[in-house]
Design a protein around this ligand. Structure first.
Ligand code: ZN
Ligand code: ZN
Length: 444
């Protein structure tokens, strides 16, 4: 040891075989994200403190206790307070707005990989500098505007399925997906549920831990998150008696996401609706989710996320929805090691296929996911329920797609799809069930 100086508590030097495993996982994660049609983004490691207070929420553990903050230095003419990012969503949303991407490209799909910082009590699988890979879909039109229809719910399923794909390819064992709705900011949606929970939990208040007694008024959903046996017991009784009554939009979101995700999850991933799941951050609305895996002890989450339809507006942007996830790379590696899984191969960045939904149906989206799961780089428009074929083909050609797979009303009725060669222009109808084999054969 040099002069007794050690790495700070909760940080880790990475070298040797561990470095190689880490790098292989990063490559897998970005490879899958690209297969899914997402582009990379890197935002600064530190941001204005206000960004996190505003986005994550004042009454959260992160903002209350866990931020690494550098105070202002007014003597040096810098009156800003900076904070090392405790998570990456806030930075990505800030960048989306700062670069006017909501105006120039509307919907944006990003993935990121990098270090995050939380001043937690260090323990196994919980570092103060840890690494996350995540993805965000930003700019979903939540209500029809002029002749623009509202965005479908495909984006909410898309991020869950992409996360599942990475975890499954990483070789993790015992992968479980839990999901829930936390309601939204519309009057009578989350606020109604919150008041009912508050009243019911207050009745059993003396049985709750000190933190939870405080949470009833400050952030009642966090009580459901508490792992202490007494709190868990009170919450279970309350959840059994307080039905989730969310708005029509939140219900419709769940009615799409739940069956779609269950149908398309990679083999071996279990899925269940879990009303205890609320996730820690204030900004979530609608669907939230979490993945757990074997080999991590009692803190077995490897990642999660959810939709945050109010955050873009909250941060000064237009009324557009968003959704995303983050995976804890150290945790994924721990679970991977416990499963004795070999470092996975990242999908190769092959030719692009564009799947065009020319009819409002979940079928074209399912087809796109199946191509991606087979390692084929596939773009799919998450911003509209359906578009005209001409409009789709313009997009496909702009993206440099090699093939377009079109599903319109005719094709849907016949259980078929049209495969179009974007360079030569020839096209043919095939059975939808043969689409994967056909695409593979054509791409060679
Ligand atoms: Zn709602
Ligand atoms: Zn508690």
């Amino acid at each position: 040891m040099t002069n007794g100086i050690q790495a700070p508590r909760g940080t880790k030097d990475l070298f040797g075989p561990e470095f190689d495993r880490f790098e292989a996982l990063e490559r897998l994660a970005s490879g899958v994200a690209r297969t899914w049609g997402y582009a990379g983004i890197r935002t600064p490691v530190f941001e204005d403190t206000g960004l996190f207070v505003r986005s994550i929420g004042e009454a959260t553990d992160i903002v209350e206790k866990e931020m690494f903050t550098v105070p202002p230095r007014e003597d040096k003419g810098d009156d800003k307070s900076y904070t090392l990012r405790p998570e990456n969503t806030a930075g990505v949303v800030r960048a989306y707005l700062e670069h006017n991407l909501h105006k120039t490209q509307g919907l944006a799909r990003f993935f990121y990989i990098g270090p995050q910082f939380r001043r937690e009590r260090p323990q196994a699988g919980r570092l103060r500098q840890f690494h996350q890979m995540g993805a965000e879909v930003l700019g979903l039109l939540r209500e029809a505007k002029g002749d623009q229809p509202a965005a479908p719910y495909t984006a909410y399923a898309d991020v869950i399925l992409m996360a599942a794909e990475i975890l499954s390819r990483a070789g993790l064992k015992g992968l479980k997906l839990r999901y829930n709705s936390v309601g939204c900011a519309k009057p009578g949606c989350r606020d109604g549920y919150r008041e009912k929970l508050k009243a019911a939990l207050s009745a059993g208040k003396e049985k709750l831990c000190g933190d939870c007694q405080r949470r009833i008024d400050r952030n009642v959903f966090r009580v459901l998150d508490c792992k202490k046996p007494n709190c868990r017991e009170v919450s279970a009784a309350v959840l059994a008696n307080v039905p989730q009554e969310f708005c029509a939009e939140c219900r419709a979101q769940m009615d799409f996401v739940s069956p779609t995700v269950k149908e398309l999850l990679p083999a071996g991933v279990e899925a269940a609706h879990d009303q205890f799941l609320v996730r820690g951050l204030d900004y979530y609305t609608g669907t939230v989710f979490e993945f757990t895996a074997e080999g991590l002890g009692s803190q077995d989450a490897v990642g999660g996320g959810g939709s945050y339809d109010g955050l873009i507006e909250e941060m000064g942007g237009p009324k557009l929805g968003a959704t995303g996830f983050a995976l804890g790379l150290e945790r994924v590696l721990m679970s991977q090691e416990a499963a004795k899984a070999a470092s996975p191969e990242a999908p190769a960045a092959g030719a692009l296929v564009y799947v065009a939904a020319a009819v409002d149906s979940p079928e074209p989206y399912k087809l796109a996911v199946r191509l991606r799961q087979a390692g084929i780089r596939t773009d799919f428009d998450l911003s509209a329920p359906a578009r005209g074929v001409g409009n789709h083909l313009k997009r496909a050609s702009k993206l440099g797609a090699r093939l377009a797979v079109i599903v319109g009303e005719d094709e849907l009725k016949a259980g078929e799809a049209t495969v179009k060669d974007m360079a030569g222009g020839e096209q043919r109808r095939i059975k939808a069930a043969d689409a994967l084999a056909e695409v593979k054969k054509t791409l060679g």
